[in-house]
Each structure stands twice: as structure tokens, then as C-alpha cells.
Write a protein that binds this ligand. Structure first.
Ligand SMILES: C=C1C=NC(C(F)(F)F)=NC1=N
Ligand SMILES: [Mg+2]
Length: 223
């Protein structure tokens, strides 16, 4: 639990959680992020990873530019994997996977900033919660082409299972999520959805984000 973000505020931020790096964009990442914010994303994760991803000074410069846009629109800015970059930029938090640094080590480095952890099953969830994760990224829910080494899609059952077993912390689903299947993810118990290409590769990013937003909000009202 971070003191900066109550669970309730974090659940709100997880509703439409856009994740992006330069390789996920067909045009300037600055334009893509600005349009996604106009369309109503609620949190942003800088994930500069994969073939041709930027490194060093170029990666830092892009991160700084995207963080500046998030600050302007009061959108929380999260960094994937790169804890040192997150500390240098004073990001709002980090997201780590099972193969990244151990949670206690990362928590020591980031203090009360947001610490998100990828989990794929109840065993990983149990450990991540015990070690102090603030939210879970659960997936891939549906098949994804974005993450090269993604595990097989689990479907929404894992979300329902975690809630049934009493995991009440903020949870976001990830993996192949679009406006068409987002409502299933919320109905199964996620607080929000995380997307990369459903927004970053859309012809009209503002519109695609608005449609995704509506799919989430409509469903929340039904819950
Ligand atoms: C591999 C990932 C899994 N989940 C998430 C998030 F949606 F933020 F929880 N981000 C990642 N980079
Ligand atoms: Mg990682």
C-alpha cells in the first residue's frame, strides 16, 4: 500500500491503463500519448522494450518527454522494468515482472511509490501480495502479439479465481484486450484494462480510447 495512492485512487487509475514504447507506435510517441490522454486514458506506463527499442540517452529523453505530458494532464506515469530510470525521473511508480528484481529490493529503491507486479497464477499472486505489490497485472487474458515471450492466454477465469480466493487489491487485466472484449475483463473482477496496440496502432487514437473508456465505464455501472 503506497501512501501517495489509496487503493480507491489506484483502482480509478487502473481503469484505462495505456502501456507504450517507441516500437509500439507508427508515429511520434509524443503524439500517440497526447491523443490517448485526450481519449481518456487514466494511467500511462512507459515500456521501452523489444526489437529496436531505444536505450541510454535516447530512452531517457523520450521517457522525460512523455512524463512531461503526463504531468501536464495529471496522468500517473509508471516505468516498466527500469527502476533506475524511474528513480531518476521521480516517476509515480514502477511495474515489474516475475523475472525482474525481487519485490523487496524494488520497494527499498522506490519507497511509497506505486509498485505493480505481473502475476499469472494464484501462487505468484500469494507471494507478490505478501511482498508488498500495490496492484497486479494479470494476463495475458487473450492472445497477444505484442509481448514476444508471453505465456499462453488464460482467459478471464484467473481474474475470477483471484477474487474468489480473496485477493481484493487493485487488479488490471492485460493481453489482447480491445473495446470488444474489455467488458468481460471487468465483469470477471478486474478494476481496469491495460492495452498497448488497441490504442497505439488505432487509426483514430482519440476515438479508439474513448470507445474503450465507454466499454469500461458502462460495465462499472452494471456491477
Ligand atoms: C508485462 C506487464 C503486465 N502487466 C502490466 C500492467 F498492466 F501494468 F499491469 N504491465 C506489464 N508490462
Ligand atoms: Mg519486466
Amino acid at each position: 500500500m503506497t501512501t501517495t495512492f489509496t487503493d480507491a485512487k489506484l483502482r480509478e487509475a487502473l481503469k484505462v491503463y495505456f502501456i507504450m514504447g517507441s516500437i509500439n507506435c507508427l508515429k511520434s510517441p509524443v503524439e500517440v500519448l497526447t491523443e490517448a490522454i485526450c481519449g481518456g486514458i487514466t494511467m500511462f506506463q512507459f515500456r521501452e522494450k523489444g526489437t529496436n527499442a531505444l536505450v541510454g540517452e535516447e530512452k531517457y529523453a523520450l521517457a522525460e518527454e512523455l512524463q512531461f505530458i503526463c504531468k501536464k494532464y495529471k496522468i500517473p506515469f509508471i516505468v516498466n522494468d527500469d527502476i533506475a530510470l524511474a528513480q531518476t525521473l521521480k516517476a509515480d511508480g514502477v511495474h515489474i515482472g516475475q523475472e525482474d528484481d525481487p519485490i523487496p529490493v524494488v520497494r527499498e529503491q522506490i519507497g511509497d511509490k506505486i509498485l505493480g507486479v505481473s502475476v499469472h497464477n494464484v501462487e505468484e499472486a500469494k507471494i507478490a501480495l505478501q511482498k508488498g505489490a500495490d496492484y497486479f497485472g494479470v494476463g495475458p487474458i487473450f492472445p497477444t502479439t505484442t509481448k514476444a515471450d508471453a505465456k499462453p492466454a488464460s482467459g478471464v477465469a484467473i481474474l475470477t479465481e483471484l477474487r474468489m480466493k480473496g485477493y481484493s487489491l487493485p487488479i488490471v487485466g492485460i493481453g489482447g484486450i480491445t473495446a470488444k472484449n474489455a467488458s468481460q475483463v471487468i465483469k470477471a473482477g478486474a478494476d481496469g484494462v491495460s492495452v498497448i496496440t488497441a490504442i497505439s496502432l488505432a487509426d483514430n487514437i482519440v476515438h479508439a480510447t474513448k470507445v474503450l473508456n465507454e466499454a469500461i465505464i458502462q460495465n462499472d455501472r452494471k456491477n
